[in-house]
Design a protein around this ligand. Sequence first.
Ligand code: FES
Length: 404
Amino acid sequence: MPFVAVHNPFKCLQCNWCSEIVDCPGADQEFCIGCGACVLACPNKAIKLVPTPREKKVLIEVDGNPGWVSEKISLKEALIELGYKISNFPEEKGVYSPCGVGGCWSCTLEVNGETKRACVTPVEEGMSIKTSLSKSEPPKRLVLDFMGHPVGGVGTPYQLRYQNGLFVEAVCLAAGCNFRCPTCFNWSYTYQGKGRPLTPGEAAINLTAVRKELNLNRMLISGGECTLNRAWLVQFIQKLKELNPDPLACFHIQTNGSLLTPSYIDELVEAGLTDIGIDLKGLEIDTFMWITGLRDKELARKYKDNAWEAVKYLVNKYLDKVFIGIGIPYNKDLISFKEVVQIGKLLFEINPFLQIGVLNYKPDYRSKIIPATYDEMLAVYRALKETGLKTVLAWAEEGEIIGP
Ligand code: FES
């Protein structure tokens, strides 16, 4: 059943995020295709999708086969109507569409000879669609805010963090994420779908320019979730390495780890990856779903288990090549103290020398939680140290770190 986005005027605060950051194909109901991007992006949960009948059908062609689909829907929905599978995991069959807001450009199709995103592009009468691109062109991705960063990420060795207010890394942020964390602190990037997407080469030139201008050695891509578009990320690291062949250059990604399969990790390391920060969002599936905002239990379990397996794989195969930092969430409204300690014990078994960063989850985006106090973070820090982990950091207040 097609949908249309409906605004609740009592919840809407007129912030215009839905029209300014989402690549909305129809700003009013007349043209709305019910893609749901604005529903995901609205920080006030003021928009919902309601089913709407679409009597009229349009004729399109997909991979050479004609088919009738509802008018005023996205290409993704058109494919679903024609029986195509949509996947949220890159090594599964189907059209891969992990972010749904137009940011990651993973769902690209060839439409009348042009590359278009399935999730936010309206279907039109007579379209000729190919689910595999026939032209050889570099992948694209929306990447924002190339800049210096004074803190670094979970995968930044703690000795390098906070250099008296100086920048420690050149950073850029990839749009789109497969998680829906209510506490997302980068949500204006995460849900962004507008802007000119960049090829890996263009993005590498931009980040290298920041490195040179600020005289830095470390280059970080964060997000959103930078791993969504695999071909793009692998080529981006390759291009960065080509442009920065010196031994001091570090190529760092910050990720939730949910999509990092062994073959993906192998490709990234082969491309030049030197540092990685993985944010584990929980151990218990209920915690993981609460923190990530995911509703599909089977998919959430797959993401969670994959992130843990990615940590093990990296440690077993690449500990001598890649610096690995692990992020653990903490806020008593999101995860229990006991579960955090259990995570610590498991990480100790994987490797006691991993750098562990406990992140003080705060109110942001859709969450109104109260941040943990200094004493709460200190207690978590001490409990994790007692598990035997050697390098633990806990973020107490803005910029204040307990440990290691
Ligand atoms: S799934 Fe369409 S752009 Fe990310």
